[in-house]
Design a binder for this molecule. Structure first.
Ligand code: PPS
Length: 283
């Protein structure tokens, strides 16, 4: 079985279990000085982690080039990531794709910071579609038409994009919750780096900001074997059929969805997002 179900949400069996998720939700302790990068899959998680790692080291790329991204900021819902997170000493950097309703409850009583990254869901769909063809923990997506239905229903690992964003956006007014979009990282990288620096309590000079932007660029990351997933063993990822660092652009959905499919997506989006009081760049 490729997936198991936890509270109505699908998860890849390859990396997690009900036991892990139950432990995380009810017992795992989020600490005050944790910084947790939270995303729906394929929204720019690893890009944000590269930027955060570079900011932490004043723009010096040696650290992000010497340690795999999953060791810099382990994914708490995976077996290996959870072990790493429990062994790491504070201040910890953690990552998660969990929906808010099953995120560790201890977060609510902590001052930990959440960096939430979102991306145009049509581009998320396309990125997910390609990734699913090569990542052995995800089901084959079928045709784009079939995957559109699967995605809109939320029958994908980590559940529905709409539930994910709606759940986390409930926290948007909390002082320890910060949200970013993939599109703003792409179009306004310097401002995003400055904003992130402030969250870290760091004031980077102009050269250091340039170095963060440059070293976290798509092409630099594609060449960084600690970030481009080339180290992921073949039993998890078929490196012959796909590339984790695929295109790194916004709007690739236009090359994949027909006008009718895009309009259908828009109708579902409007219905599901009508009560979310935030205007996104893609609205
Ligand atoms: S995962 O598997 O859920 O952790 O994937 P995630 O890191 O969230 O998202 C992968 C997509 O992000 C793109 N990416 C980037 N885009 C622009 N610049 C940089 N530096 C960058 N790094 C990663 C990556 O290419 C995936 O998007 P697609 O559209 O498939 O190219």
């Amino acid at each position: 079985m490729l997936y198991f179900n936890y509270k109505g949400i699908l998860f890849p069996t390859i990396s997690s279990s009900v036991k892990i998720l139950n432990y995380l939700e009810n017992e795992f302790q989020i600490l005050d000085d944790d910084i947790v990068t939270v995303t729906y899959p394929k929204s720019g998680t690893n890009w944000m982690l590269e930027i955060l790692g570079l900011i932490q080291h004043d723009g010096d790329p040696s650290w992000v080039r010497s340690l795999p991204v999953w060791d810099r900021s382990p994914w708490i819902e995976t077996e290996d990531g959870l072990k790493k997170a429990l062994a790491d000493s504070p201040p910890r950097r953690l990552s998660s794709h969990l929906q808010f309703q099953i995120f560790p409850k201890s977060f609510l009583n902590s001052k930990a910071k959440i960096i939430y990254v979102m991306r145009n869901p049509k581009d998320v769909l396309v990125s997910h579609y390609h990734f699913s063809k090569s990542f052995k923990g995800f089901q084959d997506p079928g045709t784009i038409e079939e995957f559109l239905e699967t995605f809109l229903k939320g029958d994908v690992p980590f559940g529905s994009w709409f539930d994910h964003v709606r759940g986390w956006m409930e926290l948007k007014d909390r002082p320890n919750f910060f949200f970013f979009t993939y599109e703003e990282l792409l179009h306004n990288p310097r401002d995003s780096v400055k904003k992130l620096g402030q969250i870290f309590g760091k004031t980077l000079n102009s050269q250091q900001i340039d170095s963060v932007v440059e070293n976290a660029s798509f092409h630099k990351m594609k060449d960084n074997k600690m970030s481009n997933f080339s180290q992921v063993p073949d039993k998890y990822f078929d490196h012959n059929t796909g590339n984790f660092m695929r295109k790194g652009v916004s709007g690739d959905w236009k090359n994949h969805l027909t006008v009718a499919q895009s309009e259908y997506f828009d109708r579902v989006y409007q219905e599901k997002m009508q009560h979310v009081n935030v205007t996104f760049q893609w609205d």
